[in-house]
Structures are given as structure tokens and as C-alpha cells.
Design a protein around this ligand. Structure first.
Ligand SMILES: [Zn+2]
Length: 456
């Protein structure tokens, strides 16, 4: 193993402790012919999957110290099943291309995986590209007649020189192995069930993203590649668990309370910098603060929000774990609206995001109450003079004790240039509810029935 800078070694050691706790249960059955995830909609057929291609090419892939951070793809084999590299190399490259497609197609941001290749192959042909991309490595200490654990693979790669801190190793196991993310001495995302959802899931684990932490609050989370990788390929559709390409500097809690780690996969060093805008499954027209109410102290006045009518609001104070979202979800803060009965009450985003007349938009929010009460979601459409044109309301929602997601969608009417988002409470009620996880989707993906992302 080559010498690493001290700082990097410390980071790697920390990572190893963390990631050993987030590994998937091992799969008992070796099955390299995995099934691709099909949610939230089908991936393209093989011929139409964009070829990602090589981002960086090295004559010696074990000497990557001067290279940009990138993913190195490994085909791992041992004497149990033998070396089937020639048979599998193009299949593996296609799965990697699907991983890249999934990152890019998840949102309206253009973002890709940096892939490391080796010289000596004609990458203008798919066969040559596949051989440049995928490196075969025999795992000498692989378990024959049993399951090979990930640390054996990481040790083997490290001993073979694949140990650079600016590489993340995506390992296709041609033997009974595990679907796991493991760091130490090198960071490997492994799978013996080969599909793009599983390998992307493990690659994202290497950036210290846990399985969706919101499961700790017992809510219905939008399934995605970190919660349902066998079914779903997309990343964090509501931009609040681990991935917000619109604000790579916005940090999100990625594990259960009280774990303090915060990050944003949009800043993953082996990914390209996200650039706006193209068409993808999800998008959001809000800022991270508007979406998650995270930058505030408990009891404070939530910035970016305005109250009118019956009620008053505050950043949710600390409280019981099973009720108060201040500890759960995105920034571990939420907004509390204390509803008063004398008039309709409104919590509104102060800023009115721009819209295009004739286009469809969908407003999502999560809300919960420890008692009971009714709310509506409202989109109020304004023209360029700031005159209210019309509004679109959801049906009446009876809140419950779960952090359920609610939504309303509507077409921006002729003349509309902005929309105000509100949660309103009809008069005559006295109760408190908690609000969090807002999103404004521009419904233009062309792949779902109404062009919006799906509800949780
Ligand atoms: Zn996992």
C-alpha cells in the first residue's frame, strides 16, 4: 500500500467505523444476472442508455494519485467460479452507464459520475470502452463454497495497489459475496446481484449516507435508490434526505438522531458539479431553508415564512421524540403553527417563486398533529403586477399523528408569473400542527402521468 497524507488516512478510518454499521444484509445467493429497477419509471433499453465514457484515463490505474476523484470499476473473481471477464465485461459497463443515467435523470440538474479507465483499448467501440473501464482482479483469499466478506475484497484491492484516496471502487463480485459498502483499507461498494440500483446504492453509502433516516419517525418515505434499490433508481426526490443538487452547499442530516453527520451527495467528489437545467424526474423551486426550516433555533420565528389570520408560528420547540419533528427529518427542525379559531389561518412562504403560465406545478408538504385538525394546501397565482389572479386548493386534509406527505397541483393560469404557497386552516379550529418538508415541483418530466414526481 502506498503512503497517504495523514489527513486522508484519518478520514478513511472514520469512514470505516461508520460504514460497517450501514451495510446491507448479505445476500446468500450469488446471482450476477440482476434485475434493473423500474421505478419511478422504466429505464431506457440497452441501446438507448447513454454511454458515459471515460472521464479520466490512466496507463496504470493503481497509480491514481494525480488524477481527479473518480470511480474505478472492478470485476472480482476467484477460483470458485473462475474468470468470466470476457463474458461479463460489456454487461458490467452497461450497468455502470445505467448508474450514471440514474444520477443524471433523477433531477433537472445535469450531474454525472467520473469514471476512471485504463489505456490500451479503443474506447470508440463499446467493447473497447468496457475493457478500458472494467478491470479484472482475482481475489486470492476469496471463499470457495461460502460467502466472501467485503473486507477480504478491500484487503485484496489494497494489496494489488488499488488504494488511492481519490478512488471509490465499485466491485462486481462473480461469486457468493455481499451487497455492502465498506471502507478499510480502501472504500469498496460491492454486489453479487448485479444491477444499477444496487451498485449505485452502495456507491452512495460510501459517501456516508445511511438508509433514509426518516424511517426513524415512522413515516412513509418516497422510495428511492437508498430505501428500495431493487425497485427504484432515483436519488432523493424531495431534496431533503441526502441529495440537493440545487444547493450543493446545503447540508442534510443523513443518519438517525443524534448522529451529527451532515452532507449532500450533490457534492460527492466522484460526481461532476451539478449544473442546471435539463429535464429529470424531480426538481424543486424552493431554497433549502424554505424546504426544511433548518437554519433556525427552537422557539424562534421561522425566516422565509409569514403568518396571517388565525394563528401564530414558531420554530418547533424541543419535545418528545415520537411527536416533534425538530429532531427528525431534513434539518431536524420544523415549523409549529398554533391555530386560533377566530379566522382562517395561513402559513405562507414569503417569497413567491416564478412560474410560467400554462405549465403545471405541484406543491408538496408534510404535516402532523398530536391532536386533530383540518388544513388545505393552497397555490395562489399572481401576475407581474403582484395582483392575485386565482388560487388552487387541495381537498380538506384531516391531519393525523404521522408525518404524511400531502400535495396539490394546478396549472398556472394565463398571466401568472409567480405563485404563493400556503397551508390554510379553516376558522373555528384551535389546535397546533407541525409543518416541514415543502417542495414545489415544476411538472415537466414527461414520464409520469401529470409530469410531477410521485407522492410518498
Ligand atoms: Zn444499504
Amino acid at each position: 500500500m502506498s503512503l497517504r497524507p495523514r489527513r486522508v488516512a484519518a478520514v478513511m478510518a472514520t469512514t470505516a467505523l461508520v460504514i460497517s454499521m450501514m451495510a446491507n444484509p448479505a445476500h446468500a445467493v450469488f446471482d450476477p444476472i440482476g434485475t434493473e429497477p423500474t421505478g419511478p419509471y422504466a429505464q431506457p433499453v440497452d441501446a438507448n442508455v447513454p454511454k458515459r465514457g471515460c472521464t479520466t484515463t490512466l496507463s496504470d490505474p493503481t497509480n491514481a494519485s494525480s488524477s481527479i476523484p473518480a470511480v474505478q470499476v472492478i470485476y472480482a473473481w476467484h477460483d470458485g467460479n473462475g474468470n468470466n471477464y470476457a463474458a461479463f465485461v460489456e454487461r458490467i459497463a452497461k450497468i455502470v452507464d445505467r448508474m450514471d443515467w440514474s444520477v443524471d435523470e433523477s433531477t433537472n440538474y445535469d450531474q454525472h459520475i467520473n469514471l476512471s479507465c485504463r489505456t490500451g483499448y479503443n474506447t470508440s467501440t463499446y467493447a473497447g470502452y468496457a475493457q478500458a473501464l472494467v478491470i479484472p482482479e482475482k481475489i486470492e483469499n476469496g471463499v470457495i463454497g461460502g460467502e466472501t466478506p467485503p473486507d477480504v475484497i478491500a484487503d485484496d484491492l489494497g494489496a494489488a495497489g488499488y488504494d488511492n484516496a481519490n478512488r471509490r471502487y465499485v466491485v462486481f463480485e462473480d461469486f457468493d459475496g455481499t451487497g455492502t459498502a465498506h471502507c478499510g483499507p480502501v472504500c469498496v461498494g460491492t454486489a453479487d446481484e448485479w444491477d444499477s440500483g444496487t451498485l449505485l446504492h452502495e456507491l452512495i453509502h460510501l459517501h456516508e449516507v445511511d438508509h433514509a433516516k426518516v424511517t426513524e419517525a415512522g413515516i412513509d418515505e418516497i422510495s428511492d435508490v437508498m430505501t428500495s434499490q431493487y425497485n427504484d433508481w432515483q436519488l432523493d426526490a424531495d431534496f431533503n434526505n441526502y441529495y440537493d443538487p440545487s444547493e450543493p452547499a446545503a447540508m442534510l442530516y443523513t443518519s438517525k438522531y443524534p448522529d451529527p453527520r451532515k452532507l449532500n451527495v450533490a457534492g460527492y467528489s466522484v460526481f461532476t458539479t451539478p449544473t442546471c437545467c435539463d429535464v429529470g424526474y424531480s426538481n424543486d423551486l424552493l431554497t433549502a431553508q424554505e424546504r426544511t426550516i433548518e437554519a433556525e433555533a427552537p422557539y424562534g420565528y421561522p425566516s422565509s415564512f409569514t403568518v396571517s389570520g388565525g394563528g401564530w408560528m414558531q420554530v418547533t420547540p424541543p419535545g418528545p421524540d415520537n411527536q416533534v419533528s425538530a429532531r427528525y427529518y431534513d434539518g431536524r427542525r420544523s415549523l409549529t403553527m398554533n391555530v386560533q379559531s377566530y379566522a382562517d389561518g395561513f402559513v405562507s412562504l414569503t417569497r413567491r417563486p416564478p412560474v410560467t403560465a400554462g405549465q403545471r406545478y405541484k406543491f408538496f408538504a408534510r404535516a402532523t398533529t398530536g391532536t386533530s385538525g383540518n388544513v388545505r394546501l393552497r397555490m395562489s397565482w399572481y401576475n407581474s403586477s403582484g395582483t392575485l389572479l386565482s388560487s388552487t386548493d387541495s381537498s380538506l386534509i384531516a391531519l393525523n399523528s404521522g408525518w404524511q406527505e400531502y400535495s396539490v397541483s394546478g396549472l398556472a393560469p394565463t398571466g401568472a408569473t409567480t405563485v404563493q404557497l400556503s397551508v390554510m386552516t379553516p376558522s373555528g379550529q384551535t389546535f397546533a400542527y407541525l409543518l416541514d418538508s415543502l417542495q414545489l415541483n415544476h411538472c415537466n418530466n414527461g414520464k409520469t402521468t401529470d409530469g410531477c414526481r410521485l407522492d410518498a
